[in-house]
Write a protein that binds this ligand. Structure first.
Ligand SMILES: CCCCCCCCCC/C=C/CC(=O)SCCNC(=O)CCNC(=O)[C@H](O)C(C)(C)COP(=O)(O)OP(=O)(O)OC[C@H]1O[C@@H](n2cnc3c(N)ncnc32)[C@H](O)[C@@H]1OP(=O)(O)O
Length: 281
């Protein structure tokens, strides 16, 4: 049963209210009429993805799947940043166990969002570098506001995006554009992102973006949900299975990579050069 019925809506809202003891990092509302859920990321100030936020996103996606969500709009409470990607301060001189959990939860988020049975739209109402772009890419449709940047800038920071994320980029903008974008770690302005197909539509305000997102979700009103989700699984399943098979091995490589002193040095330099907040010496 979908949670558009009042009883399930109440259950879901209650779940969300009770979920986090520190106050929710993801606010979920459900439009009673359309049945569409809006998940708003609200970790101050830039929705950088630490273990707590990733865990909450992952639980939210699980609940949406369980409650047979009719469509999801993913957006940000900030009017400047959709998500700044992984929390770079948590990657600096990290506790190995914590970053192991962090990467594993990031993989879970990708699997659940990229593979969701329900349709998904990212309303990209702010900058979306690296992990921010990952969240947007795992949705089926992207509506972005003007004058922001989006892209996978991992190469600029000193590493390669993982294979599943490369697949997501390739499936969205094609192999040729993906090779250019990933090898240079390009961050695209909204209009450039529209030209290469990294975003589908541009909006001038968040309200307009939400309208466009709902219009996209409404396209599926007359399509049998199981036929839609089977088709999505057929299109995306091989990429998801490849990650599932390689999940543990990838976590091990990631922990080795991130704890290596060479990566730590280049991350330290990146933070000092690019972020306002500096590392404590
Ligand atoms: C086989 C498997 C192995 C694979 C191995 C791969 C290894 C993978 C490594 C990890 C993968 C990472 C993917 C990522 O997501 S890395 C994150 C990359 N993110 C960025 O490059 C974004 C950096 N930030 C910015 O460019 C800008 O901040 C912004 C997002 C464009 C916003 O600009 P704006 O001018 O509006 O804001 P400020 O720059 O003033 O920032 C506001 C405050 O936010 C703090 N901040 C920003 N970004 C981050 C971040 N990513 N993590 C933590 N904190 C961040 C910034 O310091 C400011 O803090 P303050 O308010 O306290 O001053």
């Amino acid at each position: 049963m979908a949670f558009r019925t009042a009883r399930n809506l109440a259950y879901f809202s209650n779940y969300i209210r009770n979920y986090s003891t520190n106050g929710p990092l993801v606010n979920v509302t459900v439009n009673e009429k359309s049945g569409f859920a809006t998940a708003t990321l609200q970790r101050p100030s830039v929705n950088s993805l630490n273990l707590e936020l990733l865990t909450e996103i992952s639980h939210t996606l699980q609940q949406l799947e369980k409650n047979k969500c009719r469509g999801l709009i993913l957006t940000s409470a900030s009017n400047k940043v959709f998500s700044a990607g992984l929390d770079l301060f948590e990657l600096h001189k990290p506790n190995a166990d914590k970053i192991k959990q962090m990467w594993s939860t990031l993989q879970e988020v990708w699997i659940k969002l990229y593979g969701s049975s329900y349709p998904t739209v990212a309303v990209v109402n702010g900058h979306a570098p690296a992990g921010g772009c990952m969240l947007a890419l795992s949705c089926e449709y992207r509506v972005m506001l003007n004058n922001f940047i989006i892209g996978l800038n991992e190469a600029q920071i000193g590493f390669s995006a993982p294979m599943w994320l490369i697949d997501g980029m390739r499936n969205t903008i094609g192999s040729r554009q993906a090779e250019f974008a990933l090898t240079a770690g390009t961050l695209f302005k909204t209009e450039e992102a529209l030209k290469i197909g990294l975003v589908d539509e541009v909006a001038q305000s968040k309200e307009e973006a939400i309208e466009k997102a709902e219009k996209f979700l409404n396209k599926f009103a007359k399509i049998p949900p199981h036929a839609r989700s089977m088709t999505k699984a057929a299109l995306r399943g091989a990429n998801i299975q490849a990650l599932v098979r390689n999940k543990d091995e990838e976590v091990r490589s990631y922990v080795d990579f991130v704890t290596d002193s060479q990566f730590q040095d280049s991350l330290g330099e990146f933070i000092e050069l690019n972020l306002k907040q500096k590392l404590s010496k």
